[in-house]
Write a protein that binds this ligand. Sequence first.
Ligand code: MEV
Length: 338
Amino acid sequence: MSKDKINPGKQASRRGKYTGQAHGKIILIGEHSVVHFKPAIALPLMSTCMEATVEANGSLSSAPNFSIDCKYFSGNLADAPGNLSNVKSLVAILSQQLCRPQGLGGFNIDISSSIPQERGMGSSAAVAVALIRAIADYAGVVLADQEIFDYTQISENIAHGNASGLDSIATAHDKAVWFERGQELKVFDCQCPGTLLVADTGVKGGTRQAVDDVRALLYSQERGLARKAAEDIDRLGQLTEEAAQALSGGYMRKLGYILDEAQDTLSALTVSSPELDRLIDAARQAGALGAKLTGGGRGGCMIALVPDDNPGSTLLSVVENALRAAGARRTWRLPLHG
Ligand code: MEV
């Protein structure tokens, strides 16, 4: 953060509320394999939102005090439970690096969210992005995208262990992203004649455990297991390349096959669950072109691809109803265009 990035308009006063936002994300393809340096494609779910608001509380910059009001906890941030340890660390770092140089003291944080937690929709990354944006605004500092990413990753690595960075990127961008660890990010407009239906199993996902288990398979002492896991990760990488081609050509049927094969491959890596399988089967039987889990798996959400070329788009409602009948707690529509 250079000095010329300090926003002069915000220097005079720190009264008032400073707000940052982020949104949910859906991984189209590439979850898990992205951890192992394969590409992934993610889409913004703009109908879900995370908002963080920061307001000065008058405590001194040398001994700042922070409080938080969110779904999990209300009170002094220092007393917050372990599932907020990522937020605690992030606030400590941001206060030290962004606020203190401006002579700013502590603040109260208010978090509101319509992104369901632990459902593979990126809620932990979104809370970090929203908070970073709010605190930077409070400090009168303009952060580059890379700086927002780096701070988000500090929080994500506490929440999930070895996070690939995909969620940190996808919750901060309002377009589709092609992401590969250590490579240049590609942001693109998706213009395909289809819609993804996103459905929540109602069961919490288990991203950290699932990521650990895939790693355990890859480094298994049983060579057969390790070889098969490596082949599965490679195949997910190839399927992601094929999905990008299908997206750019608008080939929805091809994309459906690709999603189905990705689901089989993720299942082989043990990250699906009976609840996910039930919704995926229901969507396919109701006419979806393809379906798979999205995010860390072991619960959380699944996606089903529905083409736009059916009269009156009734197929969307048919698949939605089938998902609900099979136990989906909630569904969202994510058009692959506009
Ligand atoms: C979680 O949303 C996606 C995973 O690939 C983990 C990661 O990318 O860090 C399972």
